[in-house]
Design a binder for this molecule. Structure first.
Ligand code: GRF
Length: 203
């Protein structure tokens, strides 16, 4: 078990509730980790507001700041490196990670997805669409997955999952809310296991 707190970098596009729950776990000692930077492709994202409220550097990087995708990718990897990020945590980041960042952070990027991957993942499967598809298929069970990130959407190695039962009365919104509560716990638990060495990212 490592003693030094693990330096976490985050990328997020939206409200940032997973970011918030991980920051809280860093603060209260549940996680032996320190958040060092939050990157967002949305200038007015909740995630950047959360970063600012917690005195964590927030960086806005998007096709508007860097129209050339290669330059954007290099700037992202450079920013993460500059802040000394050891593990990149995607928390509702809606863009694909570029090849340079994937190379620099090989096996060191994780994501959370609101389904039991490999089911209901892949291009176009995000947000409420995931839960609508689960309900349309009449699935009795869904959940959330933490996985490593590679060049394909939602296809990296699965690290942790939690199941959530679908209720007859569920709408996509009620299901999303129930899964989100579980996501917050699952992401922190997966990070605990990575830090303790129970999950080996190089396995
Ligand atoms: C979560 O449902 C997560 O599974 C998905 O994006 C959503 C982000 O929500 N990848 P939040 O911004 O953390 O509240």
């Amino acid at each position: 078990m490592r003693k030094e707190p693990l330096k976490l970098g985050f990328m997020a596009s939206g409200r940032g509730s997973n970011l918030q729950s991980i920051l809280s776990a860093c603060k209260d000692g549940t996680l032996n980790a320190v958040p060092v930077v939050v990157i967002s492709n949305k200038r007015d994202s909740g995630a950047l507001q959360i970063a600012s409220a917690n005195h964590i550097p927030g960086v806005y990087l998007s096709p508007s700041t860097h129209p050339d995708p290669n330059q954007l990718d290099k700037e992202i990897a450079g920013t993460l490196t500059e802040y000394g990020v050891e593990l990149l945590v995607l928390a509702g980041y809606m863009k694909k990670i570029g090849p340079n960042t994937l190379k620099v952070f090989h096996n060191r990027i994780i994501n959370i997805h609101p389904s039991l991957l490999p089911a209901y993942g892949g291009a176009g499967m995000f947000g409420i669409k995931v839960h609508e598809a689960v309900l349309a298929a009449g699935e009795p069970l869904t959940g959330a997955t933490v996985h490593q990130v590679n060049e394909k959407y939602d296809e990296g190695r699965i690290l942790a999952q939690t199941e959530v039962k679908v209720k007859d009365t569920d709408t996509a919104e009620t299901l999303a809310a129930r899964i989100l509560e579980q996501e917050h716990q699952l992401y922190v638990k997966a990070l605990q296991d990575i830090i303790s060495g129970k999950i080996d990212l190089d396995a």
